[in-house]
Design a binder for this molecule. Structure first.
Ligand code: HEM
Length: 394
C-alpha cells in the first residue's frame, strides 16, 4: 500500500506509505502534523481549537497540562472494574444470553469513564441520563469524500454552506454527530463540576485567566468524546477477539502478562486511528513540500515485516524486537504522539484481566470468526461487531 499523489494546485506531494523504511527516512527530518490530516480532523472533531487540530506550540502547552492529570497507576484496576460493570450492566442485561452491537455500548460506557477519570468531572444525573439514552453509532463523511473536499479546498470556513448542504443531502449521520457533540459540550460546560486537581479544573483556570479562549476550552471538551471513539473501537475489538479466541481467556487468567500482548496484537490488526500523517518542515520551521500519510492498517500487516501478518497471534509480541523500526505505530510518532497512550493501555489491560478473571461479571460466548475492521472513516470500527454474552448472577 504505497502511493504518491502530487497535487499541483497545492504545490505539495502526498505520499501514503506502509513501509517502515520510508517512515524512518521522513522522520529523520523536522516534521509536524499533516495539513491534510488537520483538515480531516477538524471536520471529524468539530472544532479547530483543541490539542488535536492546533499548532505544535499550543498542543505542547495543552499536553503538558493534560499529562499531569492522568489517574495514578494504582487506580486503574478499580476504574476497569467499574467500566466492565457499566458495560455489562446487570440492570439492563438480565441473566439470559444477549447479542449486541458492542461499539455503541462501549462508547456510552467509556465516555462516562473518561469524563470521570480523565477530564475529572462530577457528571450530574441529567448528563448521565442523556448519555444512556443516546445512540452513539459512529457516523462521519467517508475519508474519500474528505480527501476530495480537501483537494478542492472545501474544508475552508468560507465553504461551510456547501458542506452543510452536502451533509443535509448525503451524510445525515455526520450532521447528527456534530449536533450531539455540541449538545454534550454545552451540557458539560453548564453542569459538570471539576474534581480538585483535575484536567477540567486546570482548563477552567486557564480559561478564566484568559490563557485559552472559550472555543479552545470547548474544543477540549469535545476532544474527550473523540478520544472515547478511538478507545471504544479498541475495547470492542478486544472483546470480539476474545470471543473468537476463547483459549486466551484462560491464558490471561493464569498469566496477566498475556493481557498486554493480547492488547498489542489487537492494536496491530485493528489500529483505530488507521491513517494519520505528517508534514515535513525546513530547519527554520517553515513548511516543506511533502506530506506523508502512514497507513497503520497496512503497515501492521506488511508481509515484509510481519510473519503471518493476517493471523491473530499475540505471542509474536513476546519477542524483544517485535515493535522495532517503525513497523508498529498504533499511537503515532514524534512530538504529536497520542498523549492518551498510557491511559488507554493501562485501562484496557485491566479490563481484559477483569473479563478473564474467575470473578468476571460476564461470560463471553465463543464466536466462530474474527472481527472485520472498517477503513473508510477516520476511526476504524468493527463491521457488524456483534458480541454474545451472559451476565453472571451475583
Ligand atoms: C486505543 C486508544 C487510542 C489510540 C489507538 C489512539 C491513537 C492516536 C493517534 C494515532 C494519534 C495521532 C498521533 C500523531 O499524529 O502522531 C492520536 C492523537 C491524540 N490522541 Fe489518541 N488514541 C487513543 C486514545 C486516546 C485517549 C483515551 C485520549 C485521551 C486523552 C487520546 C488523546 C489524543 C490527543 C489529545 C491526540 C492529539 C495529540 C496532539 O495533537 O498533540 N487518545 N491518538
Amino acid at each position: 500500500m504505497d502511493k504518491v499523489y502530487a497535487l499541483p494546485w497545492l504545490r505539495r506531494r502526498v505520499e501514503i506509505t506502509s513501509e517502515p523504511e520510508r517512515i524512518e527516512r521522513y522522520v529523520k527530518k523536522k516534521f509536524t502534523r499533516s495539513s491534510v490530516l488537520m483538515a480531516l480532523l477538524s471536520a471529524f472533531h468539530l472544532s479547530r481549537d483543541s490539542i488535536l487540530v492546533s499548532s505544535d506550540e499550543h498542543a505542547a502547552f495543552m499536553r503538558g497540562m493534560l499529562l499531569k492529570c492522568f489517574p495514578a497507576a494504582a487506580d486503574y484496576p478499580s476504574i476497569a472494574v467499574e467500566l466492565v460493570e457499566r458495560l455489562f450492566d446487570k440492570a439492563v442485561y438480565a441473566t439470559c444470553e444477549h447479542r449486541v452491537t458492542i461499539a455503541p455500548v462501549a462508547v456510552r460506557s467509556l465516555y462516562v469513564t473518561l469524563l470521570e477519570t480523565l477530564l475529572g468531572a462530577f457528571v450530574p444525573p441529567n448528563i448521565r441520563d442523556f448519555i444512556d439514552s443516546t445512540n452513539f453509532s459512529p457516523g462521519w463523511r467517508p475519508l474519500r469524500v474528505e480527501a476530495f473536499m480537501y483537494s478542492f479546498r472545501l474544508h475552508l470556513p468560507i465553504f461551510a454552506p456547501i458542506r452543510w448542504l452536502l451533509d443535509l443531502g448525503l451524510f445525515r449521520q455526520a450532521r447528527r454527530m456534530r449536533h450531539l457533540a455540541r449538545k454534550l459540550e454545552q451540557m458539560l460546560e453548564a453542569s459538570a463540576e471539576p474534581r480538585p486537581g483535575s484536567w477540567l479544573e486546570a482548563l477552567q483556570h486557564q480559561r478564566n485567566a484568559g490563557t485559552i479562549t472559550e472555543k479552545q476550552f470547548r474544543g477540549e471538551l469535545t476532544a474527550i468524546l473523540v478520544s472515547t471513539f478511538s478507545l471504544a473501537s479498541t475495547l470492542s475489538f478486544c472483546l470480539l477477539c476474545l470471543a473468537a479466541t476463547p483459549w486466551y481467556v484462560g491464558k490471561i487468567n493464569r498469566d496477566p502478562e498475556f493481557a498486554k500482548i493480547f492488547l498489542y496484537e489487537v492494536l496491530r490488526l485493528y489500529p483505530p486511528f488507521h491513517q494519520f500523517g505528517y508534514r515535513t518542515l525546513h530547519d527554520d520551521g517553515s513548511e516543506g513540500s511533502a506530506e506523508f500519510l502512514i497507513s497503520a492498517l497496512f503497515l501492521h500487516r506488511n508481509p515484509k515485516h510481519w510473519e503471518m501478518p493476517d493471523n491473530f497471534y499475540p505471542e509474536r509480541f513476546q519477542e524483544p524486537a517485535s515493535h522495532s523500526r517503525f513497523r508498529y505505530l498504533p499511537f503515532g510518532i514524534g512530538a504529536r504522539l497520542c498523549p492518551g497512550r498510557s491511559y488507554s493501555l493501562r485501562l484496557l489491560i485491566e479490563v481484559l484481566k477483569v473479563v478473564c478473571a474467575d470473578s468476571s461479571p460476564v461470560t463471553l460466548m465463543p464466536s466462530d470468526r474474527m472481527p472485520m475492521a472498517t477503513a473508510d472513516r477516520v476511526i476504524s470500527f468493527p463491521r457488524e461487531g456483534l458480541l454474545t454474552f451472559q451476565v453472571k448472577p451475583r
